[in-house]
Design a protein around this ligand. Structure first.
Ligand SMILES: Nc1ncnc2c1ncn2[C@@H]1O[C@H](COP(=O)(O)OP(=O)(O)OP(=O)(O)O)[C@@H](O)[C@H]1O
Length: 449
């Protein structure tokens, strides 16, 4: 689906072109002269312009030249009178995608060409756009705590309502956002994500809204923002609680008016975007202490969905572990490991303050550590559940396991196992799933014993 501007002084030609292109679901606007075409291009974002070359006043070539200088990302297809190929060649030298000779015989060629031009337009943006991956993880394997959540996601996906995903870090909020996109009627459109916590305020602003050439030092070119790139698709604002007040205000306007300006720009751009936001923070608390705008909160929380922490989704732990372990083994190019019964028990008893991300990390580390075919508890380093579970579990800090290097972890595991087996090296090597020689090498390396 693209935004196409058709410029021709003949009404009949314009409507023929517009009707042909509408068959593919594109959004078409028409302009009756080069001047009007330029005006529209300045007022709104288009992906493709189809223009006649010969028009009274500003001709197609001039329009192309001006547009290329101002908006090089917009594709052009020019219409030229039969036998006037020279002009068409000149247009292509100026950057036009292709030309069509008039009279246009039928819609087929036109549609094909327009779709190819739009494809080139998309490819230009591809480096910027995070496409929804083809592989879609299963959200839940039937845990009762997840049943209403999955149902809510499925239902809201069919609407255009803004969704606010809540839940601790690592509970799968981004995975849920992608699932909403995939289940929606925008699935063929782009899925664009941004993490509001990882970029500085200035960078985040220009990433979101784009900027005009010369808007600030270093802005050597015009750049389209991610919001523009999400047109016709879904925008995922991760860690929305981290947004600074100035950006909150700009974002509020986009949500209210579906319009914004690039940084340093005066042109108002309209966008059609479905919004999904996520946070592990308490936004209401942030409103109370003045760090989050209440009006923005109400815009975002039209449909809040809370993803439960993994420790409250016991039924999903083992099926998820199987999937994540298979993924880790695949990445390590090793045969898929199996979980021993003891390892399963260990996983079920985990605290999982880092939720699915922590589970994935634990299994990946275990797959690296284990040389055998079976994963045992000592490969896993699970932080056991605290009893009783604290009312509000703190976000994962990684202090217990994540901050350790792999080597440190291996050293500690070896020490622990050696202690458990009373220093018996052979038994320890069997437990660790490594050969005796390997164990001796490691003992030497870590200066153990
Ligand atoms: N249903 C699932 N199946 C397989 N993997 C999953 C599933 N849900 C989440 N994951 C994995 O868990 C990790 C964390 O998921 P995700 O990034 O979606 O969480 P999050 O809640 O957005 O985290 P944060 O708040 O830290 O951004 C990712 O590696 C993701 O691939």
């Amino acid at each position: 689906m693209g935004r196409i501007l058709v410029v021709d002084d003949e009404e009949g030609v314009r409507s023929f072109l517009a009707e042909s292109l509408e068959l593919d679901g594109h959004q078409i606007e028409e302009a009756a002269s080069g001047e009007e075409g330029l005006e529209r291009l300045r007022a709104k974002s288009f992906d493709l312009v189809l223009t006649d070359l010969r028009m009274p006043g500003m001709g197609g070539m001039q329009l192309l030249e001006k547009a290329q200088a101002e908006q090089p990302e917009v594709e052009f297809i020019v219409l030229t009178a039969h036998g006037n190929v020279e002009n068409a060649v000149q247009a292509m030298k100026l950057g036009a995608f292709d030309f069509i000779q008039k009279p246009v015989s039928g819609p087929a060629e036109l549609r094909l060409l327009a779709n190819r031009a739009l494809e080139r337009r998309r490819l230009k943006d591809q480096a910027e756009v995070v496409q929804a991956t083809a592989e879609a993880p299963v959200l839940s394997y039937g845990d009762p705590a997840m049943t209403p959540v999955v149902e809510a996601l499925r239902k809201v996906a069919r609407t255009h309502a803004t969704v606010l995903l809540l839940g601790e870090s690592g509970t799968g909020k981004e995975v849920a956002a992608r699932a909403i996109h995939r289940m929606s009627d925008r699935a063929q459109g782009p899925f664009v994500a941004i993490n509001c916590a990882t970029l500085s305020e200035g960078l985040l602003e220009s990433e979101l809204f784009g900027h005009e050439k010369g808007a600030f030092t270093g802005a050597t070119d015009r750049k389209r923002g991610r919001i523009e790139l999400a047109h016709g698709g879904t925008f995922f604002l991760d860690e929305v609680g981290e947004l600074k007040p100035a950006i909150q205000a700009r974002l509020l306007r986009v949500l209210q008016e579906r319009a914004f300006e690039r940084v340093g720009g005066t042109r108002t751009l309209e966008v059609d975007v479905r919004w999904i936001a996520a946070t592990h923070r308490d936004l209401r608390g942030q409103i109370a202490d003045g760090t989050f705008r209440e009006d923005l909160y109400h815009r975002l929380s039209v449909f809040p969905v809370k993803l439960p922490p993994l420790r409250e989704r016991k039924g999903d732990i083992l099926p998820l572990a199987d999937v994540l372990l298979a993924r880790a083994c695949h990445e390590l190019k090793r045969p898929v490991l199996k979980l021993s019964e003891a390892a399963k028990k260990e996983l079920l008893g985990g605290q999982w303050t880092g939720n699915i991300r922590e589970l994935a990390n634990a299994l990946e580390r275990a797959a690296i550590l284990s040389d055998g075919e079976i994963l045992e508890p000592w490969h896993l380093l699970v932080e056991p559940a605290r009893t009783p579970a604290p009312a509000a579990a703190p976000a994962a800090t990684g202090a217990e396991t994540g901050a350790m290097t792999l080597e440190e972890m291996e050293r500690r595991t070896i020490e622990r196992v050696l202690q458990e087996v009373g220093g018996n090296r052979r038994e320890a090597s069997e437990r660790l799933g490594i050969g005796l020689r390997t164990l001796y090498e490691k003992l030497k390396r870590y200066k153990i014993g």
